[in-house]
Structures are given as structure tokens and as C-alpha cells.
Design a protein around this ligand. Sequence first.
Ligand code: ADP
Length: 319
Amino acid sequence: MKRIAVLTSGGDAPGMNASIRAVVRKAIYHSIEVFGVYNGYQGLIEGNMQKMELGSVGDIIHRGGTILRSARCEQFVTDEGQWKAIEQLKKNKVDGLIVIGGDGSIRGAQKLTEKGFLCIGIPATIDNDIAGTDFTIGFDTALNTIIEAIDKIRDTATSHERTYIIEVMGRDAGDLALWSGLADGAESILIPEYTESFEEVIDRLQRGHERGKRHSIIILAEGVGSGFNYGKRIQEATNMETRVTVLGYIQRGGSPTAADRVLASRLGAKAVDLLLNGKNGRMVGLQHNAVIDHPILQVLEKENQLNKEMYELSKELSI
Ligand code: ADP
């Protein structure tokens, strides 16, 4: 192992930079050269890569986004695209590749592994929707961004008698909604994993109203549907003034939290260690605060489990 490459792919997530930094520094620490590939798999196919030095990753640990930029690439999904990528890696004398991204990106790494190229995946997505790790890089930052926004909405909410619906990201996963709802004491948390009947939500709103609550907050995961539609239904059913906020892309940006920087650093370093030990087709992760790795195939086959105990707790605390 003389030279490795690193890329970021799919949706960006805060902490990707901290992860790139860890990969580059750890590799150089072990006297291995590192190439940074620009624009994800698209750049890989085009051979858009450059040698990185210690200084290339200076002053980025605290920055959101990714200095290597990210992209989605249709061509890479085909065998032909994957062979082109391998050709470029070989041409540049790269012995192993580290892919930082969401489940789609890690699936891509698995494809290269199956074609005989050494690859390791690092899970980075705000959605926390990948099995085999308790947390993905970016989740904690997005969560804190959501909390900050809800706290602000709560300030104005206490001045008016209203119901607030806040739509958060997460794709098909309810983690961002569940964690932010629990952290912010929301009245109802609507997530794709468990269905709560509309009547139950209305009941809870009315019970709160009857005991003098001046406002209610409902967190809705984007995987459940549109916040605006839901708000309309709530207003019609309760006759209470209802406001909807779709937090959108602010959830993807910002300076990574300490937890994300530390996670990104630990996972980045572990990925390099695995390549140094000749490991292939593995995804690194964190479980019970230990850095671990699993075969990518095994991780992708497993359904990500939402924490049911936390969901039950959120209901108990919002009676
Ligand atoms: P994320 O990594 O955030 O989940 P995507 O699902 O869009 O984002 O995946 C990012 C890129 O990874 C895709 O544009 C594609 O190039 C590659 N990719 C995704 N799924 C596969 C697959 N099944 N096989 C090969 N490459 C894939």
C-alpha cells in the first residue's frame, strides 16, 4: 500500500471535511501518499484527482460541506462506469480507495470491491439511516441545527396560541425527527417507522389545549409527507391557528459539532488502518462508543433500526 485515494459522494454532510483531514493525516503519518478525488464518482471516472499534502487539509476541521466537493453520478451505477473508475485509479497508481458518503455511495464502494479494487466506506449523512453504526457523520450537527431552530420557534410560539408543525429532513428515516422531538419536548413526533393515527394527534392537541397549553409543537419527518398538507388537516380538524415551517437545507450546512468532528476523525483514521491491513469491502462505524467495521454487504442488507424505546419514551413524556 503506497498510495490511497479519498472521495466524498452523494448528499454532503457536516463533518465530511474533518473525515477527509483524518484520512489524509493518518495516511501521511504512515508514509502513504493520498490523492483527493474531486466531485465524487464523477471525478473518479474523469480522473479528476490531486495529491494532497498535510497542509491541504489545514483549517478545514471546523468547516461544513466538503472541500473535495460531491456529486451524483449516473454513469458510475453501470459496470462500464465502474471499470472506467478502476482504470483511472490504476493509471494513477492508487492501491486503495476510501469513500465518504451515504448508503448509495457506500453501495458504489462495494461495487468496486466486487471488481477487485480495495475499498472502505465511511458513513456520512445527516439522515442517520445506515445500519452497522450508531451514528453517521453529520447527524449530530443537523440535530443541533434543528434544535436551535425549534427553540426559536418556541419563543414566538409562547407569545401566540398556535399549533406549530415543523418538517425536518431524514429521507425514509425518522431519526432526526425522533431525536429533535425528544430533545425539544414536542407534543407529537411523526415518523415513517411507526404510524400514529391522526385522531391520536388531534386528541393530544385537544387535551393540551383543555389544560391551558398555549401552543403545541409537532415534528414531522419528511418521509411521512408534506408538512403543509398536514398543517392544513390539523387546522381543519381543530380550528386552531396552525403554522408550518419546513426547515429544508439549513439542516445540511454549518460548522460540525464537536461530536461530529470527533466521530469523523475516528472513522477516517480507522478506514486508513483497515486499508493498511489489506481489509476490503468494509464500512467503519461506531457502536457502543467503540470504532468497529463490518462487511459493507452485511450492513446494506440490514434494515436500519430506529430506537423504539426512545419513541415510546417520547410518547410517555408528552402525555
Ligand atoms: P448517498 O450516498 O448520499 O446515499 P446517492 O444514493 O445519490 O447518495 O448515491 C451517490 C452516488 O453513489 C450515486 O450518484 C452513484 O454514483 C453511486 N451509487 C449509488 N447507488 C449505487 C449502486 N447501487 N451501484 C453503484 N453506484 C451507486
